[in-house]
Write a protein that binds this ligand. Structure first.
Ligand SMILES: C[S@@+](CC[C@H](N)C(=O)[O-])C[C@H]1O[C@@H](n2cnc3c(N)ncnc32)[C@H](O)[C@@H]1O
Length: 300
């Protein structure tokens, strides 16, 4: 693509997306969905991040993006996950800054390795949880990362339990609560393996009105035991079912591209009691490329 073509394509992609002032965590260009295969541009608050594979960013593309005068960063998709994005043009972002999703604030960083502090492809699922949950209900957010599912649920009046292997992310989640003027001490934070905690909750007879399951495709727990979405999701879902309150819902997600939505639901069906209701949720409208994120709201 030449410089003018890049300009046109970028402008068209931006025009397609209209979000109000309450949300600035947006996928602005979604690869082939915006005629730019392999290129993903996201806004994180004031900052823009372009993600591509390969050793360098096309110079014409860089120039076209720089003309927006935003803090522009580039992330290599084929690089080791812990690599932070590289600053390309515009002002530099501070080490820690905030973004907005439906009026709620999230702490972000372009220097934290793995990810920026939020997975924006989960925006609509978070909005749905926030709309469904009633004050006083309980929400268990497993594989919670920086806890934004917990933040939206707590904002709607829920009592949340946020569970992750990483203390760094649990501390980050607590900060996200404080950013939104909620006291994290009114909620629960559990460090450790999701499988372990689900078994423990079931043994204690603890149950939750909503359970969020959004595991990485591959994970190893603190004892070295491996979890693979394609063969272990059913077992994970079964453990969650044992902790689900009557009338409750589990949001089961996976971004594993090697499995269809139908195969995913089949794994869930296999371990579910009769009468369970399954509803598939689409990806947010700014994700116009392949719908890689499979989301099933399973209710009983
Ligand atoms: C794909 S992210 C989850 C994204 C999150 N649900 C969200 O929407 O922001 C993976 C997270 O799972 C955590 N994790 C990985 N294996 C885990 C395990 N066995 N038990 C608990 N957390 C785990 C990681 O520390 C990381 O924060």
């Amino acid at each position: 693509m030449s410089g003018p073509r890049f300009r046109e394509t970028i402008a068209r992609a931006l025009e397609k997306r209209s979000f109000g002032p309450e949300t600035n965590l947006i996928r602005l260009i979604d690869g082939a969905g915006d005629q730019m295969r392999g290129h993903y541009l996201e806004s994180y608050g004031e900052g823009w991040m372009i993600s591509t594979s390969g050793a360098g960013l096309n110079a014409d593309l860089k120039t076209a993006l720089s003309e927006y005068e935003k803090p522009l960063y580039w992330k290599r998709l084929d690089q080791h996950q812990k690599e932070s994005p590289v600053h390309l043009s515009g002002p530099e972002m501070p080490e820690s800054f905030t973004g907005l999703e439906n009026g709620l604030q999230c702490r972000l960083s372009f220097q934290s390795g793995y990810s920026q502090g939020i997975f924006i492809d989960q925006r609509d699922n978070r909005a749905k949880l926030r709309a469904l949950v009633k004050p006083g209900q309980t929400v268990l957010n497993t594989f919670a990362y920086t806890g934004f599912f917990s933040v939206v649920a707590a904002n709607a009046g829920a009592v949340t339990s946020t569970l992750d292997l990483s203390q760094v992310y649990l501390d980050w989640a607590r900060e996200n609560f404080r950013l939104n003027e909620m006291n994290p001490d009114d909620h629960y934070f559990c460090k450790g393996d999701t499988f372990h905690w689900l078994r423990r909750f079931a043994k204690q007879g603890r149950s939750f009105n909503f359970i969020i399951l959004d595991p990485p495709t591959f994970s190893r727990d603190d004892k070295g035991k491996v979890f693979r979405v394609e063969k272990d999701y059913g077992a994970l879902f079964q453990l969650a079912l044992a902790c689900l309150a009557p009338g409750g819902s589990i949001l089961a997600c996976t971004n594993f591209r090697g499995m269809s939505s139908a195969d995913f639901e089949e794994q869930l069906q296999e371990v579910s009691p009769r009468g369970m209701h399954f509803e598939h949720a689409p990806m947010p409208s700014d994700f116009t490329d392949e719908a890689y994120l499979k989301s099933v709201w399973a209710s009983r």
